[in-house]
Design a protein around this ligand. Structure first.
Ligand SMILES: C[S@@+](CC[C@H](N)C(=O)[O-])C[C@H]1O[C@@H](n2cnc3c(N)ncnc32)[C@H](O)[C@@H]1O
Length: 477
């Protein structure tokens, strides 16, 4: 069969939703989509095998290969352009792919109107049009309405795989998907290699041009709140657990709801006991389907989280050690450090393999530059942060974050100024704590450094960076 043998079944004036020659046509500007009665997957395929959908199938090479390799799965190709649908159709005919159904229509509209709730095992989008210009970004398929449809049509244990060669689109994918899904890949939430993934026209094209490819995989999650507060009776028998992956949101009253200072032993014991109970009663029986635990949700300005009483004041003075003048900046560092230490101790009571999440409101910090510095990965090594601005981990330009012992307000301001300038110019960059430099310098060409912030070890690392071909740009004081 040749692609041209598939005839378009109607003119634009007579457009309607219909199935013809095994293709579902969903044209745009139809008055009432509910006029068409969509058959069930079972009626379409004649069996109850799991359903996988590929959106933006192009000429259908990837999905035809998959349909051939996995006959026990029912495959659905969704492609907006009829000339490409024809090519998919020809492959289906020539390879006798009874387990491949083709839809000619726009992905989000088709899903919203015709795909039923919790009926799909997996969805894929391979190399969707990137629309690289900012003013065209609204045309990208992976946006909130797409995420909403994925949340609706997927089964609880389903998966979404998104593949692109475009780093900006990759970042957008991660951002919008993480509002309802969890990445199955750890931070930075993509892989650059998946050899057995399958071939498509665009995959081969970008690989031949030496481009990076970003693979993302997500699964729907349900959040379950668990009361672990000091007054909780720790009895969760009534708690109804959803199917699929779970993120536990532990409500321990951290930090505003704690009646005693963080150093209070009895309070700490009560929280530890509550965590042990949670682990025994809820976590262990559901460990396999646990995707993460939210240990804390609140302000990223931890000085707003702690009650500032006399004891706190005394600790702060001790911490200052007479070295500096009191300031909001120092108060934030101090409270952040004691809160993160406290969270680390609590977190260490839970199984190490489960991601611990801190959901932070970073807009409560004075500026974006402050957030990039104060919420750096060095200080939050044991946690996954949500709601926190990230640098661009793919950029070849880095800004060195001075080591903690050399970080004073003047250096921090210099670094903040440079970050602001880079952002105003629209230059991508990442913030690299001095301690992490050796791990990250391979991907770096240039590094902006505030001279006053460098430790002796840092100086040696910088020499190494230069010897490896990197360029240092000194930040003026
Ligand atoms: C860059 S091509 C990739 C094709 C194929 N997946 C591959 O890897 O070779 C993107 C395809 O998505 C289709 N497309 C774009 N927006 C779409 C949408 N909203 N719904 C369905 N298909 C869409 C385009 O017509 C085009 O064929």
């Amino acid at each position: 069969m040749k692609p041209k043998q598939l005839k378009h079944p109607f003119s634009f004036e007579n457009r309607q939703v219909m199935i013809n020659d095994g293709v579902l046509y969903v044209p745009p500007y139809v008055q009432d989509y509910s006029d068409f009665k969509m058959p069930s997957w079972k009626e379409i395929f004649g069996n109850e095998n799991p359903v996988s959908i590929e959106y933006c199938s192009g000429n259908g090479r990837w999905i035809a290969d998959k349909a051939k390799a996995y006959p026990e799965i029912n495959w659905v190709a969704v492609e907006i352009r009829f000339d490409r649908v024809r090519k998919i159709w020809a492959k289906k005919q020539n390879l006798n792919l009874d387990n491949l159904f083709i839809v000619c229509g726009e992905g989000v509209t088709v899903s919203r109107e015709y795909f039923t709730e919790a009926s799909v095992q997996e969805t894929f989008v391979n190399f969707p049009d990137p629309w690289p210009k900012e003013r065209h970004a609204k045309h990208r398929i992976i946006q909130e309405p797409f995420v909403e449809q994925m949340g609706r049509i997927l089964k609880p244990e389903g998966q979404v795989t998104l593949v692109t060669d475009d780093p900006t689109y990759s970042r957008q994918m991660v951002e919008v998907m993480r509002s309802r899904f969890r990445s199955l890949y750890p931070e930075p939430f993509y892989l650059t290699d998946d050899e057995d993934y399958g071939e498509s026209y665009f995959r081969d094209l970008w690989l031949s041009k030496g481009r990076n490819i970003y693979f993302h995989r997500f699964t729907p999650v349900n959040e379950v709140k668990v009361d672990l507060g000091i007054t909780s009776n720790l009895n969760w028998k009534e708690l109804s657990l959803p199917e699929g992956k779970i993120v536990w949101k532990l409500e321990m009253g951290l930090f505003k709801g704690l009646k005693q200072p963080l150093s209070d032993q009895a309070q700490f014991q009560a929280l530890s006991f509550a965590l042990e109970e949670f682990e025994r009663a809820l976590l262990q029986p559901n460990k396999k389907r646990t995707a993460g635990i939210v240990l804390f949700e609140g302000s990223a300005d931890f000085s707003k989280e702690l009650t500032w009483d006399l004891e706190q004041e005394a600790h702060f003075r001790e911490w200052l050690d007479g070295a500096s003048e009191e300031s909001d900046w120092l108060k934030r560092q101090f409270t952040r450090d004691i809160c993160v230490d406290f969270l680390e101790v609590l977190g260490s009571l839970l199984p190490a393999e489960i991601p611990l999440i801190l959901r932070l409101r970073s807009e409560e910090l004075p500026s974006h530059e402050t957030a990039l510095q104060e919420l750096n990965k060095e200080r939050f090594q044991h946690f996954e942060l949500e709601g926190v601005p990230r640098g661009d981990e793919r950029s070849a330009v880095g800004v060195l974050l001075p080591a903690e012992e050399n970080r004073d307000e003047t250096v921090i301001e210099q670094v903040a100024r440079v970050i602001k300038e880079l952002e105003e110019k629209g230059c991508a960059f990442r913030v690299i704590p001095e301690n992490f430099l050796t791990m990250e310098w391979e991907q770096l060409d240039q590094l902006l450094v505030a001279p006053a912030g460098i430790t002796p070890q840092g100086e040696r690392k910088l020499q190494g960076f230069e010897a490896a071909g990197g360029e240092i740009l000194w930040i003026e004081s």
